[in-house]
Design a protein around this ligand. Structure first.
Ligand code: COA
Length: 161
């Protein structure tokens, strides 16, 4: 039976930390969908279409990975599309509190048998967030090795006119 998982987030923009989780979880499932979510609490730098396109470019060599965009309740999307699991990355103990709360709420909302699966982020990327990357680039700092090159180029293009 095909096992399908969803790895979701705002990805504004995707970093090498996200790519690490995508690459590793793509080996654990037959199909992995990267779900770009429109988070109404965040004011994004990239449009959802730009974020989807960038992730597609970066993950082009991962043949079982596709990228989609959605909004609304995560559990509704997961149930409707019959995923088997939702993948989340844990960077530090500070992520744990929020993640366990979300996983337990989702456990009440998911259809039977759907699991939240957690992968520890590689220590190389455990301190990264999309906001921090954007802030450093906007102030002229170097983030080489922390974001895919194609994406770094696009962040610079947004800030450096
Ligand atoms: N490497 C690098 N950075 C990472 C990372 C990793 N492995 N994992 C997370 N991050 C960063 C993200 O870039 C993000 O940075 P930012 O805050 O600067 O943008 C930050 O850590 C938080 O990531 P995440 O927790 O994935 O937040 P998000 O906004 O990207 O996504 C959702 C949050 C989508 C999971 C959540 O809001 C959701 O499910 N929303 C749908 C509505 C819903 O169902 N709500 C009820 C939930 S019970």
């Amino acid at each position: 039976m095909t096992k399908r998982a969803l790895y979701t987030g705002s990805f504004d923009p995707m970093t090498n930390g996200h790519l690490d989780i995508i690459t590793r979880s793509s080996k654990m499932f037959d199909e992995l969908v990267v779900g770009v979510i429109v988070n109404p609490n965040k004011k994004p730098l990239f449009t959802k279409e730009e974020r989807v396109k960038l992730i597609e470019e970066v993950t082009a060599d991962l043949k079982n990975v596709t990228v989609e965009c959605f909004d609304g309740l995560l559990a509704d999307y997961v149930n409707k599309n019959h995923f088997d699991a939702v993948v989340r990355g844990l960077r530090a103990t500070s992520d744990f509190e929020y993640e366990i709360q979300m996983a337990q709420m989702n456990a009440c909302l998911f259809d039977k048998g759907i699991e939240s699966v957690f992968l520890m982020t590689s220590p190389k990327y455990s301190f990264i967030s999309s906001s921090m990357i954007k802030e450093v680039v906007s102030l002229g700092g170097c983030v080489d090795g922390l974001v895919p090159e194609i994406i770094l180029k696009e962040i610079k293009a947004k800030y450096i006119k």
